[in-house]
Write a protein that binds this ligand. Sequence first.
Ligand code: UD1
Length: 422
Amino acid sequence: MQKLIIYGPAKLMGEIEVEGAKNAALPILTASILAQNKVIITNIPDIADVRHTIEILKYLGCKVLFENNTVVLDSSSIERFTIPPEYAKLMRSSVLFMGALLSKFRRAELSNHPGGCEIGQRPIDLHISAFRQLGIEVFEHNNRIMCRCDKVKGSEIFLPIPSVGATENIILASIFCDGEVVIKNAAKEPEIADLCHFLNKLGAKIRGAGTHIIKIEGVKRLKSEEVVHKVIPDRIVAGTYLCAVAACGGEVVLKNVFPRHLDSILHILKSSVCKIKELKNEIWIKREERLKGGQRITTHYYPGFPTDLQAPVCSAFAVASGVTIIKETIFENRFKHVPELVKMGADIHVEKDIAMINGVEKLRGCKVFARDLRGGAALFVAGLSAQGVTEVMDADYIDRGYERIEEKYSLLGAKILREKGE
Ligand code: UD1
């Protein structure tokens, strides 16, 4: 296991380029199996989840080259429609191969319930019920999920929860549908809009992405031209930088960001004494005085405050003045970073889905354990602001979603070492 050793406290200064969005890159790579010709996808983050997705693509029979944050993919030799358990277990987004493989072969098999961070139950009932509404037969046996159909039928699907993954899976499965599939109460996350933008370049006919009604008009076939696509910037990675500056103080310019994707966190930080300027593809942030707490933050579906930033924001407000309340409404088990922050001297109490943070003057470095991706990032942020040395164990979780995090933050003046943990 990997370990990150952070020598705090850091003051973050400088400019940094934000990497491409994991949550857009993964479904876009998955969707690439539908392309008629070669696809070139740029701004792909070099993170563990991308490498796992590429392993699955290669297993299925695709030719994939990944260099300098660019993937060149040729799916003309794809021959398999089964995702074996060792791959399904790797990450939650393996479930999206179901939709893409159904469009490609009208058959798909996932040999294990999809893995991923243990932040809640994370069922896939909405995916399965939507598939059935599309006329797809779904059999579940011994943890295996098998799907097949002759045709995906045009229909209207109402999602009781605007699930990101279910919205993406329905879109992927519906590209060649008979007539039109309409998703009501669809998720509106920018990563879904990016996926649809990519699919439309391939020749799909999708309207309404980024709104709560998405319409997919079935096409007979996709275009035969080569397609080039640039993945949108990662708003969660950008938001983590913002939380780190809020926690540590300093002055940083984030480059390659879409500020409008970060409205909810920018609003919170602006009300907490951070100075912020938003330019077209840049954000400037400066924090001099102590961060001011006293807010109530509730996670929500986009454009609300993202659950993926709940843990990093918790670390920032752990050292703010006053009491900050955070309510987690999306996942049931997403406060695993709190006991570790408490080891570092934070004063945080969790009661069901609410964390009450009594800001302390400073945190102390110690040995802490990452338990999931974003919780791990929160410990990293806490380590940057803490006095002394913080060892973040099991940093492999962080590597799933952050590209060489220690190198990036070192560019901003932090002192961090990476070691193979015991
Ligand atoms: C995606 C993101 C993840 C983010 C989450 C919420 C990717 C690869 N991952 O995950 O980073 O934290 O959105 O913004 O894009 N649910 C059900 N049944 C289902 C599906 C979901 O009950 O069939 C529930 C979940 O348990 C959760 C809520 O719906 O409580 C939202 O989950 P969902 O939007 O599906 O998250 P993911 O797509 O897994």
